[in-house]
Design a protein around this ligand. Structure first.
Ligand code: GLN
Length: 424
């Protein structure tokens, strides 16, 4: 049998292929010379499988898709506070190249518009790096996300630099507010080099999958960024990634995303996949026309909207029964599935409502697949309160979903591998 996923991708590409609306990015002459017919889509899973159709190995410049990744590098290299002091996280609802800074502070509203991205470029790497070293840090960081050594397209870079008046104006504004502390021209040059890094749709899907995979590249296994940084970056992509189309995108597609003016578009679905499309013609917002259509299809066809309410999970309490009698009486609560806050609340309520009188209470986790931090703490608190009420508490946990359980403060639990060790 062959997987149906490449067939699906080929089918959606065929469905959007005839749409030739939109324009190439005319303000960068080299980009205006691109082949407008290119079209590709790739998915990378969090365990490193890549599916694709169309032009997924054609190189093009990353452009603004570099912004969330460089923001991640700045947060990692400098820490949150110094970065947040210079770049906000509020959607601006404006075009990517708007000369918009917060009125009093001169702080760019977010790292996805050019003002914010030029600033975050200056914050990547250690503070004492020179301009060339900073570019090297950024290219090395982007390469780690992609899992292969990336390089700069010098022709596109030179072409954009020649027409960079607007970005230079933004950088000078930033310098006048001391948001930038270096030579504005050197920072814009570095930022444009960052935008000129060559990638393929396959690379971009892998970069997005690294975000979806909590910051670990699914193929190389390298931890590129820490989880708090991933959450920050995905949040900013979700709210600001599509510029002045961010609201439409959030409602219709609902996948944290970022576009670039060379025609790339990425989406990262936490815990599931990284997606990328490539089609150079752009809409008025500077987003790829066919890329947006493709993502609308992906989201609708596969229910990928992050606000999609998951189907009701199986009841977490599989059974609640008593075995034995008298001093031997044992209450057995058998749980199942993945346990988060809502499921933990259901377990607590079950025990509150049934108010066990039996001397022994067994909580059987054999069929629990995962338990998150808050649920684990709630379960241990249940154990503590049951101990204080005079019960002997046992956890049946052969897979150690609750490793080294310590209910603290007067609580006591005994871990068993099998409920049969106690109840026959
Ligand atoms: N290098 C481009 C610029 O700064 C990136 C813009 C984009 O991809 N939206 O104008």
């Amino acid at each position: 049998m062959q997987s149906m996923i490449p067939d699906y991708l080929a089918e959606v590409l065929a469905a959007v292929e005839s749409d030739t609306s939109g324009e190439l990015a005319g303000y960068i002459p080299e980009l205006a010379a691109a082949d407008p017919e290119r079209l590709g889509a790739a998915f990378a899973t969090v365990d490193g499988e890549v599916y694709g159709a169309g032009d997924i190995d054609t190189e093009f410049t990353i452009q603004s898709i570099s912004k969330p990744f460089t923001y991640a590098l700045a947060l990692s290299d400098r820490g949150f506070d110094p970065v947040l002091a210079k770049v906000g996280v509020e959607p601006s609802g404006e075009a990517f190249n708007e000369i918009s800074l917060e009125r009093d502070t001169g702080r760019p509203r977010n790292p996805m518009i050019n003002a914010g991205a030029i600033t975050t470029h200056s914050l990547a790497g250690a503070a004492d790096l020179n301009a060339a070293e900073r570019v090297a840090r950024v290219v090395e960081g982007l390469s780690a996300f992609a899992g292969r050594r990336l390089r700069v397209d010098e022709a596109v870079c030179a072409s954009e630099m020649e027409h960079a008046h607007r970005n230079l104006a933004i950088a000078h504004m930033l310098r006048s507010h001391d948001i930038l502390t270096e030579d504005p021209r050197a920072v814009v040059d570095g930022y444009i080099r960052q935008c000129s890094v060559l990638v393929t749709a396959r690379d971009l899907a892998m970069m997005a999958a690294t975000l979806a995979n909590r910051g670990v590249n699914p193929v190389s296994g390298e931890r590129v960024i820490r989880e708090p940084v991933v959450r920050q970056v995905l949040s900013v992509m979700a709210t600001c990634g599509m510029y002045d189309a961010a609201g439409d995108w959030a409602t219709q597609v609902g996948i944290p995303a970022k576009s670039g003016v060379a025609g790339g578009l990425i989406g990262a679905l936490p815990g599931q996949i990284g997606m990328a499309t490539f089609s150079p013609r752009l809409d008025v917002h500077g987003n790829s026309v066919r890329g947006v259509s493709l993502f609308e299809r992906f989201s609708a066809d596969m229910g990928l909207h992050v606000m999609e309410v998951p189907p009701a999970a199986r009841a977490v309490v599989r059974s609640n029964h008593v075995v034995g009698a008298g001093t031997e009486a044992t209450r057995v609560l058998q749980l199942q599935g993945g346990v988060g806050f809502a499921a933990a609340e259901r377990i607590v309520r079950e025990l509150v409502d049934t108010a066990p009188e039996e001397p022994t209470v067994v909580v059987d986790l054999t069929m629990v697949s995962s338990i998150d931090d808050v649920a684990r703490r709630m379960l241990l608190e249940v154990a503590r309160r049951l101990t204080l009420d005079g019960h002997e508490v046992y956890l049946v946990d052969p897979e150690s979903v609750v490793p080294e359980p310590d209910p603290g403060d007067g609580g006591r639990v005994t871990v068993l591998d099998d409920v049969a060790e106690l109840v026959r």
